[in-house]
Design a protein around this ligand. Structure first.
Ligand code: PLP
Length: 396
């Protein structure tokens, strides 16, 4: 297929056989309206100036591309650079997308923003954005999740959001998604559904990629300034796939750059998944023998999702990107090694990318370059990491 044909298909939300929009007609109407508005504003100079203004003044971009000197010496192979999304306001990449979508919501004249959240990180980021732009904010969250993540519920409430516990079914993320979609169908003329990753029906995967691609726009400029050449590999952790697609975006047309996504062993959506339609779009997903979504598990809450953004499924299928899994033990080792060598506490999600990069670097030459997308900081994970290290000690 020609490049022009591929691009035309992507405009309709298809990445090869993946993506699209498989939803009831009422919801399709809301998505068509969103697509029209996104296309209207994404190339609008005024809109983009406003987005850039807040990325700089509120998020603190551009963030550094740090050369990890100690780590590189210790591993004895390729040079490792860290793209510092951990230094953003709120401590992760999620803010890039939240900001972009809230600014779009504002242009569309929406008065209300709704979102769903599992572990609470996306809910907190959305509540932050709504506080900043004075929007009414409603966050749907499974009732089981509200109990497990009480502190994040408190954070959202402090930021002025209304958290609605959903007790239907198993009281988890899936039920929260259903409630949020019902709300959208009923209220889409004045309500914006803010999706947290590069998943969902068209136009969400394209829109989230658009706002997250600032990561690779910066890293490409930065590596060319520092090294005078492109990296040999870009490595990122994959949950729904938003930080990874943002970190890959400006390198997809640079065939010399390896694109590597890393998944948890027990949530290996791309590595072990099969094509299926979930949550209104086609992607690789983990199914059980009955064909239902298979439960996943990850020590990093942000990676615990049975599906993945459709563009990653496509990049895997056509061979442009590679995807690997790492074990929890490797992740904890990587977490500790980055703390000790560089004085940076990474998020457990980001530690998946680190774990793979640490295996890869020693196999590469000293003049080669790896960029690891450090998607978030680990302050939120310290208690959890403490428990994991205690367990490990007891089991050894
Ligand atoms: C949410 C989160 C992720 C996973 O989400 P993606 O959409 O796959 O990027 C990864 N890292 C951090 C720090 C997160 O908060």
């Amino acid at each position: 297929m020609s490049r022009a044909q591929t691009e035309q298909l992507q405009q309709k939300g298809y990445f090869g056989q993946f993506g699209g929009s498989f939803v009831p007609p009422e919801l399709q109407e809301a998505l068509d309206y969103l697509e029209e508005q996104f296309n209207r504003f994404k190339d609008d100079e005024d809109f983009n100036n406003e987005f850039r203004y807040y990325l700089k003044e509120y998020v603190g971009r551009e963030n550094p591309l740090t050369f990890a000197r100690n780590l590189t010496e210790k591993l004895g192979g390729a040079k490792i650079y860290l793209k510092r999304e951990d230094l953003n306001h709120m401590g992760a990449h999620k803010v890039n997308n939240v900001l972009g979508q809230i600014l779009l919501a504002k242009r569309m004249g929406a008065k209300r923003v709704i979102a769903e959240t599992g572990a609470g990180q996306h809910g907190v980021a959305t509540a932050m954005g709504c506080a900043m732009f004075n929007m009414e904010c409603v966050i749907y969250m499974g009732s089981e999740d509200t109990k497990r993540q009480a502190l994040n519920v408190f954070r959202m409430e402090m930021l002025g959001a209304k958290v609605v516990p959903v007790s239907k079914g198993q009281g988890r993320l899936k039920e929260a998604v259903d409630e949020a979609l019902n709300d959208l169908v009923a209220n889409y003329k004045n309500t914006f559904y803010l999706l947290g990753s590069a998943v969902g029906p068209h136009p969400y995967p394209l829109m989230v990629k658009h706002f997250q691609s600032v990561i690779s726009e910066e890293s490409k400029r930065q590596i060319l300034e520092k090294e005078g050449r492109l990296p040999d590999a870009v490595v990122a952790a994959v949950g729904g796939g938003s930080n990874a697609i943002g970190a890959f975006a400006h390198y997809i047309d640079e065939p010399s750059v390896r694109l590597i996504g890393v998944e948890p062993e027990k949530a290996a959506t791309i590595t072990e998944g099969v094509p299926a339609i979930i949550h209104g779009f086609k992607t690789l997903t983990l199914l059980d023998e009955q064909g239902n979504p298979r439960p996943t598990f990850s020590i990093a809450a942000g990676l615990d999702y049975p599906g993945v953004g459709p563009e990653h499924s496509y990049l895997k299928e056509c061979g442009r990107a590679e995807y690997y899994t790492v074990t929890d033990d490797e992740v904890l080792d990587a977490f500790q090694l980055l703390c000790k060598t560089e004085g940076i506490i990474p998020a457990l999600e980001s530690s998946h990318a680190l774990a793979y990069a640490f295996k890869l670097a020693p196999q590469m030459e000293k003049d080669q370059i790896i960029i690891v997308n450090l998607s978030g900081r680990g302050d939120k994970d310290v208690q959890h990491a403490y428990n994991l290290f205690q367990n490990r000690k007891q089991n050894n």
